[in-house]
Design a protein around this ligand. Structure first.
Ligand SMILES: [Zn+2]
Length: 162
C-alpha cells in the first residue's frame, strides 16, 4: 500500500496527517494488531483498543493508532478494518475518525469511562465532552431492538468486585 499518511507531533500528542492529497473513499490506513479479550487489555493500551466483535478487541499497532477523534471526522473504519476517507483531504490535514459513533445494527457495549475526554475538534457539531456512544444522527445510542447491551467491565473495577 502506498504510504499516504504520516505520524506527526500535534498540540496534544501524536496525530496522523495526510502526506498527499487524498480523494474520497481512499484507504488511508489499516487497523491491525493483536486480538485480546477485554479483561486482558492493560490500562495503558485501552485507548488504542477497537472492538471487532463479541469481546474480541484489536490493540492497533499500525499508524492508525494515532488517528485522533473529531465530531466531524474525515475518515471512518469499514468492515474490512480499513480507515477510509469520507471526503477529499488536503496534504497536511489531520486524519480523524469518530470514536463514539455507532453505525446501524452495531452493539459496541458499554462505554469505558477511561475513554472519556474533552473534545477540542472545533467542528460546528462538536459534542464538547465525549463520554458516550451516539448514533449517526447524533442521538444517544441504545442497543438495537431485541438486543441487550453488552457489558464490558474495566479490569480494575472487576477486581474490586471480586
Ligand atoms: Zn468535537
Amino acid at each position: 500500500m502506498e504510504k499516504i499518511s504520516k505520524v506527526q507531533n500535534c498540540s496534544f500528542g501524536k496525530c496522523l496527517v495526510a502526506d498527499v492529497s487524498i480523494n474520497t473513499a481512499t484507504i488511508v490506513q489499516k487497523i491491525e494488531g493483536e486480538v485480546f479479550k477485554w479483561e486482558n487489555i492493560s490500562s495503558s493500551e485501552i485507548c488504542h483498543a477497537i472492538l471487532i466483535n463479541d469481546d474480541k478487541w484489536i490493540i492497533i499497532n499500525t499508524d492508525a493508532r494515532y488517528i485522533n477523534h473529531s465530531c466531524d471526522p474525515n475518515c471512518s473504519i469499514n468492515e474490512n478494518l480499513e480507515v477510509v476517507s469520507l471526503r477529499p483531504i488536503q496534504a497536511g490535514e489531520q486524519l480523524t475518525i469518530s470514536y463514539n459513533i455507532v453505525h446501524k445494527g452495531e452493539n459496541p457495549g458499554t462505554w469505558d469511562p477511561r475513554w472519556s475526554f474533552k473534545c477540542l475538534c472545533g467542528a460546528n457539531n462538536c459534542l464538547g465532552f465525549i463520554d458516550k456512544y451516539i448514533n449517526e444522527d447524533g442521538n444517544i445510542w441504545t442497543p438495537p431492538l431485541g438486543e441487550l447491551q453488552k457489558i464490558y467491565i474495566p479490569k480494575e473495577i472487576n477486581e474490586k468486585i471480586d
